[in-house]
Design a protein around this ligand. Structure first.
Ligand SMILES: [Zn+2]
Length: 220
């Protein structure tokens, strides 16, 4: 059901250049994310349309975060990347290094903040945009808020990611992932969160990675 609705929304967004209809299509996004949680694991994961407020520059930097995610895989880590952009220029990059560092806090976004905050200073984080290849997890959005970031853009939606990995990590409430927007709305609503952006490309990265990895855990 949700997959069919998603297809309609995606089709709406792709076939009409009207910004009004794009907005209308995107308004359906949040309830659709909720519906995703109830989808059968066998249902195809369909990419959501881009956040209508995302710019061409946002797409460019999300693409860079996807490149970092692919690079992380080559280094034996999970596919996540993050980029900090100030005044249109990349000033910091980080890719997931949890496996290679044996440190569960080395997510792309938190790694970027802890590596570069002291070098770049709070002002860079406040003025810049933090790009994450996937919607930041609870740990990372907490770090992002503490770093003073006011604008966050993500590639793939957490609910879509959860559908790809299933319940392999356990403990995830499929009835509704806690979204970055929800956390920000309840803690610091001045922070702007945009996404998804180029979700199809980001989902393809996850789809080519997680099923293989999960099989090595002997549970797939
Ligand atoms: Zn994280």
């Amino acid at each position: 059901m949700a997959a069919r609705l998603l297809s309609v929304v995606a089709l709406l967004a792709m076939t009409t250049p009207s910004p009004v209809l794009q907005q209308e299509a995107f308004k359906l996004h949040l309830p659709l994310v909720d519906q995703l949680a109830g989808e059968s694991p066998q249902a195809p994961v369909v990419a959501l349309p881009d956040d209508p407020d995302a710019t061409a520059a946002d797409r460019q930097f999300i693409q860079r975060s996807y490149e970092l995610a692919r690079q992380a895989v080559k280094e034996g880590n999970s596919p996540f990347g993050a980029v900090l952009v100030v005044d249109g220029k990349i000033v910091a990059e980080y890719r997931n290094s949890v496996a290679s560092s044996h440190d569960p806090t080395r997510h792309a976004e938190l790694g970027l903040i802890s590596t570069f905050y002291s070098k770049l200073g709070r002002e860079a984080f406040r003025r810049g945009t933090l790009y994450a290849s996937s919607e930041p997890c609870v740990m990372c959005i907490g770090a992002i808020l503490n770093a003073g970031v006011l604008r966050v853009v993500y590639g793939t939606t957490e609910a879509q990611f959860q559908r790809i990995i299933g319940d392999q990590f356990g403990g995830h409430d499929k009835k509704g992932s806690l979204t970055s927007r929800e956390i920000v709305a309840r803690t610091n609503p001045t922070v702007r969160v945009l996404g998804p952006v180029l979700e199809k490309e980001g989902l393809a990265i996850h789809q080519s990675y997680w099923p293989k990895v999960i099989k090595t855990w002997g549970r797939g």
